[in-house]
Design a protein around this ligand. Structure first.
Ligand SMILES: Cc1ncc(COP(=O)(O)O)c(C=O)c1O
Length: 401
């Protein structure tokens, strides 16, 4: 794909690299892992930090959050930023909570949820390892258990995923944790159907949407979940670290941040907006990331990213004689395929290959092992173009045994 002129002000492809601080000698095919913050968002963040330092106590104690200790002269800055993000994901402004990252969002839910002895948390083998750890920790404190479901994969469909979850629910299941976009497999899961199913069975849902804000259209209230968390620093161009957390009305009374501070029992916004002295600049600069996305054109960006990742993955899969594991509609800006089988599937071999790509070929790509196979996750962002994936293919060709 050559660079293309869009109706907006931007030309996608390598010309876009000037908007990010990325080292131009690196082929960066891993936007999903920790995001990459655009220059203009970093500049706004720095301006906010400079403003804080002009009068830090006033900014951090009297302007940032309303914890009911004294009247604020202006709207709390955290709420103004939250309102901008809320509009982007169709939440009511007061219901949009900031947390540091998706891990913290999931921990807040898991550590607050009223589990009882004998309860079961259901999660899937496509879930993110850190969240699985958090589920085990929360379960162990309450005498509850964790059950991990093996999703039908590869050769999967949305209907097959829903059926497998339905079959795994039991009378003891209290909470299902499911990814909206799976970290390893890149699959977009049918979270609205899954949530409807769980609601009908009296099971709460926590959706881990770490890869969703910015990457996919999101209408948080419409999905019908109990809890939703998603990173803003991956695909929504906010500074790191920043994520959102949302809870359904009937779940808000029990929810608390993992850190209890001055906002305790003064409402969810107060509880989450004030967690002691810390750097609020990622949250306050988040609206700039969203402005950048809108300027790129959300539909144009998503279409470019999907097409690039899908075309690269399907052409590599055809070359290696492997199948793309799911239909095209189950992928957004990332597609994961089995790696050329000639590379083997030993975790140490795959890690060595990944390091060689990174340190010798200067290609940042996500390689991992799962279910005794090696996999390659290809991410695409508007600064990528087809030549990047060709560089990866050539580097892999040189290294194959
Ligand atoms: C599905 C999923 N959940 C959670 C996380 C954790 O994100 P963070 O480290 O920002 O908390 C990731 C990170 O890639 C992820 O892919």
């Amino acid at each position: 794909m050559a660079t293309t002129a869009l109706p907006g002000t931007h030309t996608f492809g390598h010309a876009m690299l000037s908007h990010w601080p990325l080292d131009p000698s690196i082929t960066y095919l891993n936007h999903g892992t920790v995001g990459v913050v655009p220059h203009r968002v970093l500049a706004v963040q720095q301006a906010i930090r400079d403003e804080i330092e002009r009068q830090p106590a006033r900014f951090l104690i009297r302007e940032l959050a309303d914890v009911g200790q004294w009247p604020l002269r202006e709207a709390p800055k955290m709420r103004t930023a939250a309102a901008a993000v809320a509009a982007f994901v169709r939440s009511a402004p007061e219901d949009l909570l900031f947390v540091e990252n998706a891990t913290t969002g999931c921990n807040a839910v898991l550590r607050s949820f009223p589990f009882a002895a004998g309860d079961e948390i259901l999660l899937t083998d496509h879930g993110y390892g850190a969240i699985t750890h958090a589920a085990h920790y929360a379960a162990s404190r309450a005498g509850a258990t964790v059950k991990s479901l093996e999703l039908p994969y590869p050769g999967t469909t949305p209907a097959a995923i829903v059926r497998s979850i339905e079959a795994a629910l039991t009378s003891r299941t209290r909470l299902l944790i499911v990814d909206h976009v799976c970290s390893g497999s890149s699959l977009i899961l049918p979270v609205a159907e899954i949530a409807a199913l769980c609601r009908a069975r009296g099971v709460a849902t926590l959706v881990d949407g770490a890869h969703v804000p910015g990457a996919l259209p999101l209408d948080i209230q419409a999905i019908g979940v109990d809890f939703y968390t998603g990173n803003l620093h991956k695909w929504a161009m906010s500074p790191r670290p920043l994520a959102l957390l949302w809870a359904a009305p009937n779940r808000r009374a029990d929810l608390h941040p993992t850190v209890i501070s001055w906002g305790y029992e003064k409402g969810l916004a107060a509880e989450f907006d004030m967690l002691g002295t810390r750097d609020p600049s990622p949250a306050l600069a988040a609206p700039e990331g969203l402005a950048f996305l809108r300027e790129l054109g959300l539909d144009a960006m998503r279409e470019w990213n999907h097409r690039l990742a899908w075309d690269a993955a399907s052409s590599l899969a055809a070359r290696w004689g492997v199948e793309v594991p799911a239909p095209e509609a189950m992928y957004g800006s990332m597609v994961t395929i089995p790696l050329d089988p000639r590379f083997g599937a030993e975790p140490a071999e795959i890690e060595a290959l990944r390091s060689a790509l990174l340190y010798e070929d200067r290609i940042e790509a996500q390689l991992f092992t799962f279910r005794e196979r090696a996999w390659l996750r290809l991410a695409a962002q508007v600064y990528n173009e087809r030549a990047d994936y060709e560089r990866l293919r050539e580097a892999l060709d040189r290294r194959v045994r």
